[in-house]
Design a protein. Structure first.
Length: 225
């Protein structure tokens, strides 16, 4: 199954490189999308947006500045708000694989692939990154602002590609500056996977810390003693 998905993605990127267009459905697991700027104006695309780090989100959420590369056929989620007593859940939100553009500290444009994300590209201005979804993909995240930890590099490191994306702050929230990617950027810029292309299972056992580990950590820190 994974080989089929990767073959589908390779065909999508190849189509962009050859004709600057993604236009055909090529497998039963993913469906490639045509160019669509999500209703953004030229000014909005130029201004860009934010990909905010959200440790409470269990799955990343793609906002308007994410370009959909593929829809993941047959995969959707019910999305519950932080206050379930006042708001109804959103039913059957589609999962997608998408991309946005960001810059390294040296100004190099990088296409950042956001996979297995909830599709809010028609309704949400900014994007949300589930930090552990990125960490699960091997991305190193240092989100402590330098004013609280002078040694903090405050950014995202992609070790395999040797790429570093600096973070910025919007109030207390760390974020990656982002913008909607052009055809040329998809075809010519380096790509990194922010979240894993194969799958994301937020509630598998490996994400849980045992009670014993928590107790031992608390003792080590002098908590609850």
């Amino acid at each position: 199954m994974n080989a089929v998905i990767h073959k589908a993605r390779a065909a999508c990127v190849s189509a962009v490189k050859s004709i600057f267009n993604i236009a055909i459905a090529i497998s039963q697991t993913t469906t490639c999308q045509t160019m669509d700027s999500n209703g953004l104006t030229t000014e909005e695309i130029a201004a860009g947006s934010r990909c905010g780090l959200d440790s409470h989100a269990d799955t990343s959420c793609a906002g308007k500045h994410v370009r959909i590369l593929e829809t993941i056929d047959g995969r959707s989620c019910d999305v519950y708000p932080f206050n379930e007593s006042h708001y109804d859940p959103m039913k059957k939100v589609q999962l997608i694989n998408g991309a946005f553009t960001s810059e390294t500290i040296d100004g190099e444009s990088i296409v950042v692939e956001l996979n297995h994300a909830l599709d809010f590209t028609k309704s949400m201005e900014h994007t949300l990154l589930c930090t552990n979804q990125a960490r699960d993909n091997g991305v190193l995240i240092e989100d402590t602002p330098p004013q609280y930890s002078p040694s903090s590099v405050f950014g995202l490191q992609f070790p395999e590609e040797d790429i570093f994306l600096p973070l910025q702050e919007h109030g207390p929230t760390a974020y990656i500056p982002m913008r909607y990617p052009t055809d040329e950027e998809l075809a010519t810029c380096r790509h990194v996977e922010l979240t894993n292309y194969d799958d994301w299972v937020p509630y598998r056992d490996t994400h849980n810390i045992s009670d014993l580990q928590s107790v031992e950590w608390g003792k080590h820190r002098g908590i609850g003693i």
